[in-house]
Design a protein around this ligand. Structure first.
Ligand SMILES: *Cc1c(COP(=O)(O)O)cnc(C)c1O
Length: 453
């Protein structure tokens, strides 16, 4: 057994040590090689060392270099070495983190990490939280608590009776809300389309003055960090208006919420602690492995009521029971990695990670602008939107950048403009990674410049 695990660690170490030398996207050959996985299920067992070797030989070259320093797609971040190491150890522990009884260590680490997270993010210390798979499920979980609380206020028990015959709920979102927020609303029976959409400004920020008059059970979904621009809805203003009318304010802060830990960026989330619930990802900017999201809720009991396994709302025992705060019962101990990163970085290390990524984004924007390309967003955080000409040219540039392999960024459409989106969210990205990526991007863009007519 030990040989097998040491072999896995050596292969993983080699993979990570050489990831900066290969192209970020897999080559066509590596992708074609994936066909070798297509073999019939064998009758006879196979030696685990051979299984691992096959996985490494065929699988590793076909990975996207997300763990490397020059992947700038989708705001998805890498994994800090300490997080990966904690993940391996926790994997060996094979704990079922659903119950205190099945894993006292996982339950205690979640409690400790939760306290640290609330402090670092500046959220109310009394908040409850669930350790879930990602921001989609964090939105789902927090909005389930919201649904519980606002219906309870009008005398309706939604966990017991569902939404059949329930008082109507108004859901208000910004026009630029993330697509997964609508999915969460759909899963909760609140409807993907049955929402009031509030117009936004040029950065995708909700126009607070355009929020309609609020009456009856209402949830307002605010965004902290637009996936294209990085911009924040005016959360303080929205909270004031919402709370005056008894509405619940939920914040989708999948990556943007982490701005709170950096003194230079915290102003972007000013007032965020006035909301009622928050969703964020740990696998994005906290740089832990997939999958890891967090759902926070000021009203701990609302979250517990929505997520308890037992409908009888048993009084809580001495210990926080993890499964009372998440949709899942059995699950892996993802709080271990969150704890490990916070313990390793501390407040200063965390702030430095966020700030360094934001400065890299600014450097990209400055370099691209100096070369004459249009930056579509105000670069306030870690997101940069750049246009290389018309849509066709921009798409061509993106395709060649991806094929070139020095770095990887994806395309997006921002308010009618086709753009390339650069997102800097990995601990591994250094200044020299930014410079060599910028150089590659500029070289390709100038090579493909539209001929002047
Ligand atoms: C990434 C993201 C999500 C979805 O997060 P997952 O972890 O992929 O489920 C939701 N909202 C925003 C703003 C995001 O950036």
């Amino acid at each position: 057994m030990n040989d097998l695990l040491v072999n896995a660690a050596e292969r993983a170490g080699h993979y990570l040590e050489t990831i900066g030398e290969r192209g970020v996207a897999p080559t066509a050959n590596a992708l074609a090689d994936l066909d070798r996985f297509n073999e019939p299920l064998q009758d006879r067992p196979c030696d685990p060392q051979t299984v691992l070797a096959t996985l490494d030989e065929i699988g590793s070259p076909a990975t996207m270099g997300v763990a490397g320093p020059r992947f700038f797609g989708f705001v998805i971040g890498g994994s800090l070495p300490v997080a990966l190491a904690a993940n391996w150890l926790a994997g060996a522990w094979d704990q079922n983190a659903g119950l205190y009884a099945t894993s006292p260590v996982a339950a205690r680490l979640e409690e400790v990490a939760l306290g640290w997270l609330l402090e670092a993010l500046g959220l109310p210390p009394e908040s409850g939280a669930g350790f879930v798979t990602g921001a989609t499920m964090a939105n789902f979980t927090a909005l389930a608590a919201a649904r519980h609380a606002i219906l309870q206020k009008v005398g309706w028990d939604v966990e017991a009776n569902g939404l059949f015959g329930a008082p109507l709920i108004t859901v208000i979102v910004g026009e630029e809300a993330h697509t997964t927020l609508f999915k969460a609303l759909g899963m909760l029976g609140l409807g993907r389309n049955r929402v009031v959409k509030v117009p936004v400004d040029s950065q995708g920020r909700m126009l607070a003055e355009k929020i309609p008059a609020i009456s009856g059970p209402t949830i307002i979904c605010v965004q902290g960090g637009n996936v294209n621009t990085g911009a924040f809805d005016p959360v303080e203003q929205i909270c004031e208006k919402a709370h005056a009318a008894g509405a619940w304010v939920h914040v989708d802060g999948a990556f943007g919420l982490w701005a709170a830990v950096s003194p230079g960026r915290a102003h972007l989330v000013a007032g965020v602690e006035k909301a009622d619930s928050w969703a964020t990802d740990a696998h994005k900017w906290l740089n832990v492995p997939y999958d890891s999201g967090l759902a926070f809720c000021r009203d701990r009991e609302a979250l517990r009521s929505a997520m308890s396994v037992s409908a009888a709302y048993l009084p809580e025992g001495q210990r926080r029971e993890p499964s009372n705060f998440t949709p899942e019962l059995s699950r892996r101990a993802r709080g271990v990695e969150v704890w490990a990163v916070l313990r390793a970085l501390g407040r200063e290390g965390l702030a430095e990670l966020i700030e360094r990524n934001c400065q890299a984004a600014t450097r990209f924007a400055v370099g691209l602008k100096e070369a004459g390309y249009e930056i579509l967003n105000e670069v306030v955080l870690n997101q940069v939107l750049v246009k290389f000409g018309d849509a066709e040219t921009t798409l061509r540039v993106i395709k060649v950048i991806q094929e070139d392999g020095t770095c990887w960024a994806g395309g997006t459409v921002w308010q009618g403009h086709t753009a390339m989106r650069i997102s800097v969210s990995s601990w591994a990205t250094t200044e020299s990674d930014v410079e060599c990526s910028l150089e590659a991007i500029l070289k390709i863009a100038s090579m493909l410049k539209q001929p002047l007519v």
